[in-house]
Design a protein around this ligand. Structure first.
Ligand code: CA2
Length: 150
């Protein structure tokens, strides 16, 4: 009998998220970036996924990883951080994907400054999770599990 291989989920994180836990815990929580990676790997395992987490401070890296996801991933979770509000290139790259995309933000961007209210990711995402802190990543993996099993 053929061995069924685990589905791959890309989790992409944008600029400054590597600094989590070091500043502004009242907005972003106390979890560090490494805590977030561990959470995604642990929850991914629970759902039978192989989770690949990548963070960059450079827009082009995020675009390249989104393009890679086209052939290598079954689902994608993205917190593009500040690029969420500015990046047409991330929007364009995400448009090319046929796999489900979930946008996650630690904070509720809609309750913050007006420049954080617009997202270039949301129109090309299947779902958006705001203001749930690190737990938002667990919700996104749970949701992808439901979507991908149907
Ligand atoms: O709430 C989110 O997840 C954001 O994507 C976080 C971004 C922000 O630009 C978005 O509007 C909302 C900022 C990430 C910066 O993270 C920091 C981590 C530690 C200390 C300071 C900032």
């Amino acid at each position: 009998m053929a061995k069924s291989s685990a589905k791959t989920i890309y989790v992409l994180m944008g600029p400054n998220l590597n600094m989590l836990g070091q500043r502004e815990p009242e907005i972003y929580g106390r979890d560090t970036y490494q805590d977030l990676v561990k959470r995604c790997e642990r929850d991914g395992k629970t759902h039978g996924f192989k989770v690949v987490v990548q963070q960059s401070n450079h827009e082009g890296d995020l675009v390249t990883w989104i393009q890679d996801a086209m052939t290598r991933a079954d689902g994608l979770i993205i917190n593009a951080a500040a690029y969420t509000h500015t990046s047409v290139s991330i929007h364009d790259a995400l448009r090319l994907l046929s796999i489900p995309v979930i946008e996650v933000h630690l904070s509720n961007t809609l309750a913050r400054e007006p420049f954080r209210h617009h997202s270039f990711v949301a129109p090309v995402a299947r779902a958006v999770i705001l203001g749930c802190g690190a737990e938002g990543y667990s919700f996104a993996l749970q949701r992808l599990s439901s979507i991908l099993e149907n």
